[in-house]
Write a protein that binds this ligand. Structure first.
Ligand SMILES: [Zn+2]
Length: 274
C-alpha cells in the first residue's frame, strides 16, 4: 500500500457490474500532474463524509493492480482510508489553480496517446481538440443487461450498506463527441462516447423536471456541446480507456473561459457547472 494524494478531476457514470457491484471510474492527478485511476470504488456507497467532489484533493491508501487491470495508472484504493483534504478548488482566475495540476501533463493529441498506450499502456490523458465537430445522440438500451442486475441484487442481499439502494438509472441514449486534433497524423474524425457522471446527472434532472426523453437528450447536447465547447471556452477532454477493449472514451470535460483576463465577471455570474 502507498499513500496517494490525488486531485479528483473525473467521475464516470456508475455502471452495475457482475464482479465489483457498481463501478465508477474515478480519476485525477497527483501534485506533479501524473494521472491516477482509483478503481474499483463504490462511490455511492461511501459515507457522506467521504463523498468527494470534483477538484477536491483526497488522500488514500492504494496499491498497484496486479492481474487483470494492467492499465498504467490504475490503483486499487482502500476505501476506508479515504480522506478528503479541504474544499474543492474553485474557478477563480479562469480556472488557473485547477489547470495548474490538471493540464500539467497534457498530451498533444489522441495520436500521441495511442502511441503512449502502445509504448507503456497509458490509459488516461487530457487533450485539447483542435475543433469540436458535433455531439451525436443515438438510442441505447433502457435497462442494464439482466445478468448485471441479477448479480447486483445477489451481492446486495448480503451487504448491509447497499441492501436498500436502487441500482443507478440507465440513460437510454449514447452521446458521442466528434472532434479533430492538432496533429498532422489526425484523420480528422474522432468519435468518442461520453461517460461523464455529470452527463447522466443532467439527463435525469431534466427527466425529473418533466422533460420527455428526447428533450432531455437535447438539453444534454446543448450543455455539453453548445455551452461547454463554445468559442469562448478553452475546452479540453479527459479521456481514458475501457478495461475490456482498450477503446478510448471521454470521461470528463475541462472548459475554462478562453480569455482569462476578462473572465472574472463571467465566472461570477455563470454557474461553473462542476
Ligand atoms: Zn486526432
Amino acid at each position: 500500500m502507498q499513500k496517494l494524494k490525488v486531485l479528483i478531476t473525473v467521475k464516470t457514470y456508475p455502471i452495475p457490474s457482475a464482479k465489483y457491484d457498481e463501478l465508477v471510474c474515478t480519476a485525477g492527478v497527483t501534485e506533479s500532474g501524473d494521472f491516477i485511476r482509483l478503481y474499483p470504488i463504490r462511490f455511492r456507497d461511501l459515507p457522506y463524509s467521504q463523498q468527494y467532489k470534483k477538484y477536491q484533493w483526497v488522500e488514500v491508501l492504494a496499491e498497484k493492480h496486479t492481474g487483470r487491470d494492467v492499465r498504467k495508472e490504475s490503483f486499487r484504493p482502500n476505501e476506508d482510508s479515504l480522506k478528503i483534504l479541504g474544499e474543492p478548488i474553485g474557478t477563480q482566475r479562469g480556472w488557473a489553480e485547477r489547470a495548474k495540476y490538471t493540464l500539467a501533463k497534457r498530451a498533444k493529441s489522441m495520436e500521441e496517446l495511442y502511441d503512449q498506450q502502445k509504448a507503456d499502456r497509458t490509459s488516461l490523458g487530457v487533450i485539447r481538440p483542435k475543433r469540436f465537430l458535433d455531439i451525436d445522440i443515438s438510442a441505447d438500451d433502457s435497462e442494464w443487461k439482466p445478468q448485471f442486475l441479477v448479480a447486483l441484487r445477489q451481492q446486495r442481499l448480503w451487504d448491509d450498506r447497499t441492501a436498500t439502494q436502487e441500482p443507478p438509472r440507465k440513460v437510454p441514449w449514447k452521446f458521442h463527441y466528434s472532434f479533430t486534433c492538432d496533429d498532422p497524423r489526425c484523420n480528422g474524425n474522432h468519435r468518442m462516447m461520453i461517460e461523464d457522471w455529470e452527463l447522466g446527472a443532467l439527463y435525469w434532472r431534466c427527466i425529473d423536471n418533466g422533460d420527455s426523453p428526447e428533450n432531455a437528450a437535447l438539453k444534454v447536447k446543448k450543455k455539453f456541446f453548445h455551452e461547454m465547447c463554445a468559442d469562448t471556452r478553452d475546452t479540453h477532454l479527459f479521456v481514458g480507456t475501457v478495461l475490456e477493449h482498450g477503446t478510448w472514451v471521454v470521461i470528463g470535460v475541462f472548459w475554462p473561459p478562453k480569455d482569462h483576463s476578462s473572465a472574472t465577471g463571467a465566472t461570477l455570474f455563470n454557474s461553473p457547472g462542476s
